[in-house]
Design a protein around this ligand. Structure first.
Ligand code: NAD
Ligand code: IPM
Ligand code: MN
Length: 366
């Protein structure tokens, strides 16, 4: 098994969490005799510093030539006042569009050892296992026309074609078929034309999946339901901006934004990144939680490499470290047994992975 992975550490805590994800992927490669190759390139603020642009041509070319891309985060307060298309975030949006990955999969799971970490009551979050399927290349993020007359006037366009809605709907229903076979489509069809089209197209495509249940929910109502009754959801299908907002909200289910992973698929090359940003408030201090980045690496093994067993090994290693009581600062509470740094957490997962993988190999050998 050979994999060429382009690593884009990016800004803030990005480099800290990606190096732990790479450490775990290297361990998967070594333990199983695979050949994973890693090639690092700048993106975001880091790329602006070094090359004057948030997505240098060489970075994009390397991504397009690889099997998968693993990204940390982009965004630096120093560049917040640049014009939109020169900001670090523009580099990430340009990358997503160039790769063509229109489907952003963002799972939110309540891990039993972290139930008390959620600000929600344990009995509310227990058992939650949902997947947000966010449309990633359309809507108000990319709609034209758009413009800003500073201090006076600004406008954006929310726009969707039926084709864009169809392909993300197929993706959501195919994923739901392998889960609990329920899709909640989230829109604002009582106000927006784009949502009216969204609802019509989703309803039509759903007829091709008679074994999957479809329900429609308004986004305002969904944002409330996510935190009052999260076990209600299986697959949540939604447009770009709603998905951005709902996925950060869903982090309260997992106990910390640092836990959430994502995969952006459907294009030429798949892109994997934690849901969180560059966290400038804790950057450079070895404090960030690398588990979202490591879980994104597990998604890479599952979706791009089709190494389901190895993906499960990484997830089992994460679960074991949490069960053993290790927590990064974002998850530490009164009763926390061991508070650890970013790199300590990565090394704990690496050690647990060696155990889990060896047990699996021994089991297969008998
Ligand atoms: P953020 O996700 O960076 O941080 C929000 C809060 O969560 C902060 O308190 C932060 O300390 C905490 N946090 C985030 N990740 C964590 C981790 N791994 N471990 C522990 N705590 C963590 O969001 P923000 O502060 O709104 O944005 C900061 C910058 O990141 C902005 O420039 C924004 O545009 C960018 N951003 C980038 C991405 C991305 O690259 N995919 C995603 C979101 C935000
Ligand atoms: C995310 C981020 C990005 C988004 C930003 C940094 C462009 O918030 O991945 O959730 O809005 O998609
Ligand atoms: Mn976001």
């Amino acid at each position: 098994m050979r994999l060429k992975i382009t690593v884009l550490p990016g800004d803030g805590v990005g480099p800290e969490v990606t190096s732990e994800a790479v450490r775990v992927l290297r361990a998967v490669s070594d333990l199983n005799g695979y050949d994973f190759q890693f090639d690092e390139h700048p993106i975001g603020g880091e790329a602006i510093h070094r090359h004057g642009t948030p997505l240098p041509a060489a970075t994009l070319e390397a991504c397009l030539q690889s099997d998968a891309v693993l990204l940390g985060a982009v965004g630096t307060p120093a560049f917040d006042s640049l014009p939109r298309e020169q900001k670090p975030e523009a580099g990430l949006l340009h990358l997503r569009r160039s790769l063509g990955c229109y489907a952003n999969l963002r799972p939110a799971v309540a891990h039993d050892p972290l139930l008390e970490n959620s600000p929600l009551k344990a009995e509310v979050v227990r058992g939650t296992d949902l997947l947000i399927v966010r449309e990633l290349l359309g809507g108000i993020y990319f709609g034209e026309p758009r413009g800003l007359d500073p201090g006076r006037d600004a406008f954006n366009t929310m726009r969707y074609s039926a084709h864009e809605i169809e392909r993300i709907t197929h993706m959501a229903f195919q994923l739901a078929r392998a889960r609990r076979r329920k899709v909640t489509s989230v829109d604002k069809a009582n106000v927006l034309e784009t949502s009216q089209l969204w609802r019509d197209v989703v309803t039509r495509v759903a007829q091709e999946y008679p074994n999957v249940k479809l329900e429609h929910m308004y986004v305002d109502s969904c944002s409330m339901r996510l935190v009052t009754d999260p076990t209600h959801f299986d697959v949540v299908l939604t447009e770009n901006l709603f998905g951005d907002i709902l996925s950060d909200e869903a982090a309260v289910i997992s106990g910390s934004l640092g836990m959430l992973a994502s995969a952006s698929v459907g294009g030429k090359v798949d892109l994997y990144e934690p849901v969180h940003g560059s966290a400038p408030d804790i950057a450079g201090r070895n404090l960030a939680n690398p588990l979202g980045a490591i879980a994104s690496a597990a998604m890479l093994l599952r979706h791009t490499a089709k190494l389901e067993e190895d993906a499960q090994d990484v997830e089992a290693a994460i679960a074991r470290v949490l069960r053993d009581g290790y927590r990064t600062a974002d998850l530490a509470r009164g009763g926390t047994r061991f508070t650890v740094t970013t790199s300590e957490m990565g090394s704990l997962v690496e050690n647990a992975l060696a155990d889990v993988t060896q047990q699996r190999h021994a089991y297969h050998a008998v």
